[in-house]
Design a protein around this ligand. Structure first.
Ligand code: FAD
Ligand code: NAI
Ligand code: MG
Length: 517
């Protein structure tokens, strides 16, 4: 047995080393060309976004078939499932981002990446206008984009560059922006949890209020306000971040800053009677129980209606059906009430007649083709489909689109051959092949692997679908270990996998620190 153990260990080390080596080297890529050797024109495929949908498409795409251009204001992929762990330092931000180039430079043929955001799409002339941008925010810069279009950008040393790109095929994978429902004060006073910057802002704000409260005497109402952390929205984002914050308070701040830690209070506000509504009711109850044990103040049936710089105001529906107004003073407000379409998505909706009923996202068919277009595809959170806006869905859609584009390339090449046949070509056979391909183009099928969420104090909930036969639900510490392994497995690079594991080891050895940066 010793021999077997040694051999398998050696094998594992070998495999990891191979993967690490492979990831750390760019590939020898074929350059982009305007025509194939046959003389057929090579089509340009423009992909918008560098998130779950677009990166999954890119990683699976045969890039020798198209001239691929990726446009995204974010020159990295962000592994969102671990973002709620970042403000407290359980996981470092750098460990969950992957540069776009380390993905594009390892594909079989050259892919052009442009750091810019698409500002408008012209579906008639197949042109997309892009604007170079050096900052990434969640879609809000202190102003509600639904009520006001003006955003004042800080000068970054780079003048704004606007240019146009032609495409043969366009893939829209721009994701969504955090919703505010136009509630007054939200865009100005709260922090979202969507991008890297949001995590940095939450961290800074949290440390600021803690240190400020510490100067004030005990019992001062201002001290109490500063130490109140309000999370609005009891979806998985809100639940996970509330759990992580409470962990930080209980496990680290209690040790290093006991003078304020016991007064820090996390409140989770949810409009509906329950949190985590997509989970099995047993798990919802379990979450409630864990929250009450860990002192997270769960305020269900409470809908926030207004936000000022120091207080959130909402209505609480009582058990007897009557309502009361509640005011919760806060020092830190985290807003996590789900998604709203981005400006670019709304722009495209307004330009295509078949999209006129689209409210929550782009309408697409079973092959992710935009309704009303024959060369624009859309995937992920910018679409409105029967599926939830999750990474899992966007990821599978990306894999589907990659294989769809291979099929489209094959069809194009057959059509080209048929219109320029050489004597060796069997036209009948090729026509049959073409018809069969066109008839049998697969449609997208989503395979749900289950839902997982971390709820704090080293407990997680999992609603799993294993095969057709069972629907496993579990909660607790074992699920937490499962949650950790599942997320490691989901990371898109070995580098990220290793870094995240090292972060966890670091925290288990030293705890999380309480410095500002
Ligand atoms: P995104 O991943 O958001 O990517 C959009 C991309 O488009 C970004 O690169 C962005 O920079 C770019 N972009 C934006 N505007 C433009 C523009 N105008 N032009 C060009 N590019 C643009 N889902 C799960 O399944 N499991 C989880 O555990 C999970 N945890 C989450 C935790 C958090 C904190 C959050 C916020 C989300 C979580 N999700 C999870 C949901 C998941 O992240 C999204 O469903 C997923 O990111 C959607 O992928 P996408 O490609 O559509 O959009
Ligand atoms: P969400 O849409 O899932 O939940 C938002 C919650 O906010 C809802 O429960 C809603 O009732 C509540 N809400 C809305 N307005 C409110 C108000 N004014 N006052 C009080 N409560 C209000 O949003 P979330 O959590 O941001 O997730 C977005 C998407 O990302 C979802 O599809 C989710 O499944 C996915 N996701 C998945 C995760 C996971 O699987 N672990 C983690 C994070 C996100
Ligand atoms: Mg995407």
């Amino acid at each position: 047995t010793k021999g077997i153990t040694a051999l398998s260990l050696l094998g594992a080390v070998g495999l990891v080393s191979y993967k690490v080596y492979n990831e750390s080297q760019p590939a020898n890529q074929l350059p982009q060309v305007s025509t194939f050797e046959t003389g057929q024109k090579k089509k340009t495929l423009v992909i918008l976004g560098s998130g779950w949908g677009s990166i999954s498409l890119l990683k699976n795409l045969d890039t020798t078939l198209y001239n691929v251009v990726v446009v995204s204001p974010r020159n990295y992929f962000l592994f969102t499932p671990l973002l709620p762990s970042c403000p407290t330092g359980t996981v470092e931000l750098r460990s969950i981002v992957e540069p776009v180039r380390s993905i594009t430079r390892r594909l079989p043929a050259e892919v052009i990446y442009l750091e810019a955001e698409a500002t408008s799409i012209d579906p008639v002339n197949n042109v997309v206008t892009i604007k170079q941008s050096t900052t990434v925010h969640s879609g809000h810069s202190g102003k509600d984009t639904s009520s006001s279009k003006s955003t004042v950008a800080e000068y970054t040393g780079v003048d704004e560059i606007t240019t146009k790109l032609n495409y043969d095929y366009l893939v829209v994978g721009v994701g969504a922006q955090p919703s505010t429902f136009g509630i007054p004060g939200v865009a100005e006073h709260s922090t979202f949890l969507k991008e890297v910057n949001d995590s940095v802002t939450i961290r800074r704000r949290l440390m600021d209020v803690i240190e400020a409260a510490n100067i004030l005497p005990k019992g001062d109402p201002e001290r109490k306000r500063l130490l109140s952390i309000v999370v609005c929205g009891g979806g998985p984002t809100g639940v996970e971040v509330a759990g992580e914050l409470q962990d930080y308070i209980d496990q680290d701040l209690q040790k290093w800053m006991p003078e304020v830690a016991s007064e820090l209070k996390v409140s989770l506000v949810e409009a509906l009677p329950n949190v985590l509504n997509m989970f099995n009711s047993k798990l919802v109850e379990y979450t409630k129980q864990v929250f009450s044990e860990t002192n997270i103040d769960l305020r269900t049936n409470t809908m926030i209606k207004k936000v000022s710089d120091k207080v959130v105001i909402g209505t609480h529906k009582k058990e007897d059906g009557s309502t009361e107004t509640v005011e919760i003073p806060y020092g830190v407000l985290i807003w996590a009430t789900g998604n709203a379409p981005r400006d670019i998505t709304r722009d495209l909706i307004s330009k295509v007649e078949e999209q006129k009923n689209a409210r929550r996202g782009l309408l697409v068919d079973e092959r992710l083709l935009l309704d009303g277009s024959d060369n624009i595809f859309a995937l992920g959170d910018c679409t409105f489909t029967k599926y939830a806006p999750t990474a899992q869905v966007a990821f599978q859609e990306g894999i589907f689109l990659a294989s769809h584009f291979s099929k489209l390339a094959e069809i194009d090449s057959l059509k080209y051959t048929l219109s320029n046949p050489t004597p060796e070509d069997n036209v009948d056979r090729l026509t049959k092949k073409l018809n069969k391909l066109e008839e049998k183009l697969p449609i997208f099928h989503y395979s749900h692997q289950g839902s997982l969420a971390y709820i704090g104090s080293e407990k997680a909930v999992a609603d799993l679908v294993w095969g057709d036969w069972s629907n496993v639900t579990s909660g607790g510490r074992f699920t937490y270990l499962f949650w950790r392994s599942a997320y490691i497995y989901m990371c898109l690079s070995v580098r990220n996998q290793i870094l995240v594991c090292l972060d966890w080891v670091k925290v288990s050895l030293f705890g999380r620190d309480c410095s500002k940066e």
